[in-house]
Design a protein around this ligand. Structure first.
Ligand code: SF4
Length: 337
């Protein structure tokens, strides 16, 4: 495959390039890469080295993204590549996210071939860009999503939300649903443990909400790092006030990974946070916990009736009609079913 020129950059007089894709705004010398490890200065041009390169391609249940209120129970072709603009010390996918293209064995999958593969999968709703950070796969996601949309497929982005406003605005019309990580609610936490910052993520969440896209948020609670109740409460209040109480929140259990050795999140912490979040948000779920913990089912926010039952990745729609209304009280619970 020929070298793909990246979008959103400027070449300086001295031959270094400034990348304007994410708030890192890397200034990259000739022959070097940006902090995401996949955008390289080659002769004063910024090259997207991961364009068309796939590290993982699986058919997953949409619940695995996690998206619980977007075509529940349906499969989606899920694609990942190499690299990430964040460097979370607790990254669960660090083998691919903290690698360059050269360090992995990657499969070539041009946009047209990805869409054809998606169309061949029975019951598939579309393509999810996931596993590592898809925003630093921008050119591939944009082209693939455009082709996929033409074929009636949905495009789903599973992202850290760390992007500058201009590229986000351009991508927005092509993406139908967002699963965004909100990793904490302290800028200090973001800086120290993810090597990024909080405000751009909040800006992305607001933009996605304003655009009317389907949005679900995941908060990974890491023992001893972002598990203080005060900042959790502030986060929930911000979500409820800025994005609306209908915003879906997944509270996810952390397990030791990559450089982080702290103990797994105590179940007791997750239970407490679940109860706190439910006071202000209609739909809160627990992730990475045994089914016996609960926190998996969707309840009608109007009458409390169980409308979707989940056990692991098995999903049963038990109390919704075909338009997503509660069969008990008629309240519209889901828009996409
Ligand atoms: S996308 Fe990569 S190269 Fe560009 S600013 Fe962000 S980390 Fe740096």
């Amino acid at each position: 495959m020929t070298m793909k020129e990246a979008r959103f950059y400027r070449t300086r007089d001295d031959g270094r390039v400034e990348c304007h894709l994410c708030p890192d705004r890397c200034i990259i010398a000739e022959g070097k890469r940006g902090a995401c490890r996949v955008r390289k200065n080659v002769g004063g041009r910024l090259i997207a080295e991961n364009y068309g390169k796939v590290s993982a391609a699986h058919v997953d249940p949409i619940e695995k993204k996690p998206l619980y209120h977007y075509y529940p129970g349906r499969p989606i072709l899920s694609l990942g590549t190499a690299g990430c603009n964040l460097h979370c010390l607790f990254c669960q996918n660090w083998e691919i996210s903290q690698s360059s293209v050269e360090e992995l064995s990657l499969q070539d999958l041009p946009p047209g071939a990805a869409v054809q593969a998606a169309l061949r999968i029975e019951g598939n709703i579309g393509i999810a860009y996931t596993y590592n950070e898809p925003l630093i796969w921008y050119e591939y996601v944009e082209e693939t999503a455009r082709l996929a949309a033409r074929e009636g497929l949905k495009n789903v982005l599973v992202t850290n939300g760390y992007i500058l406003p201009e590229p986000l605005e351009e991508l927005l019309p092509l993406i139908d649903a967002f699963s965004v990580d909100l990793k904490g609610f302290r800028d200090e936490f973001y800086r120290k443990y993810t090597r990024s910052s909080l405000q751009p993520v909040l800006d992305t969440l607001r933009t996605v909400r304003r655009a009317g896209k389907h949005l679900e948020i995941t908060n990974l609670v890491v023992t001893g790092l972002n598990d203080d109740e005060e900042s959790f409460r502030e986060m929930i209040t911000w979500i409820a006030e800025e994005l609306g109480r209908e915003t879906i929140l997944h509270i996810s259990r952390y397990f030791p990974a990559w450089k982080m050795k702290n103990d797994p999140t105590p179940l007791e912490t997750l239970r407490r946070f679940f109860t706190l979040a439910r006071e202000k948000l209609d739909h809160v779920f627990l992730g990475n916990v045994p089914p016996s913990e609960g926190g998996q089912d969707t309840l009608c926010p109007s009458c409390g009736h169980v409308v979707i039952q989940r056990s692991g990745y098995a999903t049963h729609i038990t109390g919704l009609d075909r338009s997503g209304r509660c069969t008990n009280c008629g309240h519209r619970v889901l828009k996409h079913i």
